[in-house]
Design a protein around this ligand. Structure first.
Ligand SMILES: Nc1ncnc2c1ncn2[C@@H]1O[C@H](COP(=O)(O)OP(=O)(O)O)[C@@H](O)[C@H]1O
Ligand SMILES: [Mg+2]
Length: 249
């Protein structure tokens, strides 16, 4: 089943064509990476999927619904990690999480169990009562990712989840995402500049350039492709450099 369908989508901000005829289709259970340079239209696409922006032209469908007309229903099925995490810094981890659990309408007992389990899973139960304010970027991202998962969303939209993290935090967060991929049947869309991360986590990639999809591929098919091999192993970096017309050829 298709979870996300974008057909010939256009979106401009003044004279900037952020999306310029984008097509993409993401199926249930896909873990899809949006790749592409800064300004290619990745974040704009995520905002369209959540109904936070309206397309100028074209069709956007999430779970068969219009995110603009059916915004509340669509957003209730989504977990979101935005680039700026959007946490309330003076509040503790628990207070941040329970605030959202209330918004999602989770009963208090169930919310407490879920928060407890996720803090255990992400190896931060000792941080529960600490204010978010003093946290590193990595800890803030982890907290925001837990918040995004509280209501067991069917679709997770993660905008640059590992951007700005040091290598250890990146590895930890990647581990979290991997366990998420294994444990949940959720569909995940993430944007990243980190090709290694996309290769390790994702089943599908869509490469954006100037507001269009210039390449879509399923990882299991790409991995068999002799052209993208480096020393006998699939290399997303090589594929990406070929697309960018770099020195991968
Ligand atoms: N709210 C906005 N107002 C004006 N321009 C915007 C706005 N949002 C995005 N843009 C522009 O649209 C283009 C695509 O941006 P974005 O989707 O954020 O790219 P990406 O996430 O791939 O880096 C960029 O040129 C950006 O400056
Ligand atoms: Mg972006």
């Amino acid at each position: 089943m298709s979870v996300i369908e974008l057909t010939e989508v256009y979106k401009s901000f003044g004279s900037v064509h952020a999306l310029d005829g984008l097509n993409c289709s993401i199926r249930e259970g896909d873990v899809c990476a949006f790749l592409g340079h800064n300004g290619a239209g990745k974040t704009t696409t995520l905002r369209l999927l959540l109904g936070l922006l309206e397309p100028d032209q074209g069709n956007v469908s999430v779970f068969g619904r219009s995110p603009v007309k059916d915004g509340e229903a669509v957003r209730s099925m989504c977990g979101v990690l935005s680039e700026d995490t959007g946490l309330y810094e003076p509040l503790s981890v628990y207070e941040n999480l329970i605030y959202y659990a209330d918004i999602y309408g989770l009963p208090r007992g169930e919310a407490d169990r879920r928060i407890h389990d996720l803090l255990e899973l992400f190896e931060m139960p000792d941080k529960c009562d600490l204010p978010v304010k003093g946290f590193s970027t990595g800890m803030k991202k982890k907290t925001a990712l837990i918040r995004a998962m509280l209501h067991r969303p069917k679709l997770l939209l993660l905008d640059e989840p590992t951007n700005g993290l040091d290598p250890v935090s990146t590895m930890e967060l990647r581990k979290m995402l991997l366990s998420l991929v294994k444990d949940s049947h959720a569909t995940i869309v993430l944007t990243t500049h980190n090709l290694e991360e996309a290769q390790k986590l994702c089943s599908k990639i869509i490469v954006f350039r100037h507001g269009r999809d210039i390449f879509t591929g399923n990882m299991d098919e790409l991995q068999k492709h002799p052209e993208y091999m480096e020393n006998g192993v699939f290399s997303l970096e090589k594929l990406y450099l070929m697309l960018e017309g770099g020195d991968g050829r």
